[in-house]
Design a protein around this ligand. Structure first.
Ligand SMILES: [Zn+2]
Length: 312
């Protein structure tokens, strides 16, 4: 009897411990304070984003700030909105001061712009030493520029606030603003479905690519913007991510992942870290989620949200 039990027990003990599948993801919001959207004043929008995140019991998110946009145009009152995000338990970090394209800016001027933003950010509560490249432009094909920025950030004690998941939410937001300005009727339910399903699909796409490239499931960082779409649908997105097996983690947790120490060397430094790592490893293109193709996204928006183009 004892021997009959012993062998299976021994086999069980010698088997490698299976690693539980884990899909971890943090939320990030860029371009704060961002210009007005289709539906809300900037104050209403911030209040809704905060309330929706809270209602969905979402953990700490990071808001990447452009301090030079505070206080002018739609950025009036921006300081109070940023403070409100922090008071709600979220953190803030550097997205440059004026949102320049690294490709079109000299290294010294670009670093000075980062310093200007950091000078404002450093005394703010909730500040983290992370820098998110505007347009995810890390120098493109100019490797000298890319390396100068890598060195410049390190000198300043700033880490790259990289992105691993994105679905061009800025494009969906601008299509919505255009449609509203043109007086078109917007199917808000369909719009929410696109926003939610595209971001969940983009997360799962990045999960698959990461597993193929690094052989594990690093904590992902989703790129979103401070948009009216977030104000409307961020709670739905959090719930849909969980339904798809994702665990929401804090930005602090995500950026503690060792994947952030990787410095991929690819022909053009731009876009998500996921794409760069896949490119470096020689995975075939496309290495990005399909609805980052804005032409395809526009066609789907017109068909599903504006009910244009016939067929339905
Ligand atoms: Zn930006």
């Amino acid at each position: 009897m004892l021997r009959r039990l012993f062998l299976p027990l021994l086999i069980l003990l010698l088997l490698p411990v299976p690693v539980a599948a884990q899909k971890l993801i943090a939320l990030s919001f860029d371009d704060v304070p961002r210009g007005r959207g289709a539906f809300f004043t900037p104050d209403e929008r911030s209040a809704r984003i905060i309330a929706e995140l809270k209602k969905a019991d979402a953990p700490q998110a990071v808001f990447f700030v452009n301090p030079c946009h505070i206080g002018s145009g739609d950025g009036v009152g921006g300081e109070a909105r940023i403070a409100a995000y922090v008071a709600a338990g979220h953190v803030i970090a550097n997205h440059s001061c004026t949102h320049p394209h690294l490709n079109a800016t000299a290294v010294d001027a670009y670093l000075a712009d980062i310093d200007k933003a950091e000078a404002w950010l450093k005394d703010q509560p909730g500040h983290r030493p992370w820098f998110r490249f505007p347009f995810l432009d890390e120098g493109g094909a100019d490797k000298a520029k890319r390396d100068a920025l890598r060195a410049g950030l390190a000198e300043r004690g700033l880490n790259n606030g990289y992105v691993t998941v994105e679905s061009s939410d800025w494009h969906l937001e601008s299509l919505t603003i255009e449609a509203a300005k043109a007086g078109k009727s917007i199917d808000r339910k369909a719009l929410g479905q696109l926003y939610v399903s595209w971001h969940v699909e983009a997360a799962d796409y990045a999960d698959g690519l990461m597993q193929a490239v690094v052989g594990r499931q690093p904590a992902q960082v989703m790129l979103l913007h401070e948009t009216d779409l977030a104000a409307l649908y961020i709670g739905d997105l959090v719930r849909a991510l969980r339904k798809a097996g994702w665990t929401l983690v804090s930005a602090d947790t995500a950026y503690a992942d060792p994947i952030g120490a990787l410095r991929p060397d690819v022909p053009s430094a731009q876009g998500t870290l996921t794409e760069a790592l896949a490119w470096e490893k020689g995975l075939p293109a496309p290495r990005w989620y399909r609805y980052n193709d804005t032409r395809l996204a526009t066609a789907e928006f017109e068909r599903q949200v504006l009910h244009e183009g016939g067929g339905e």
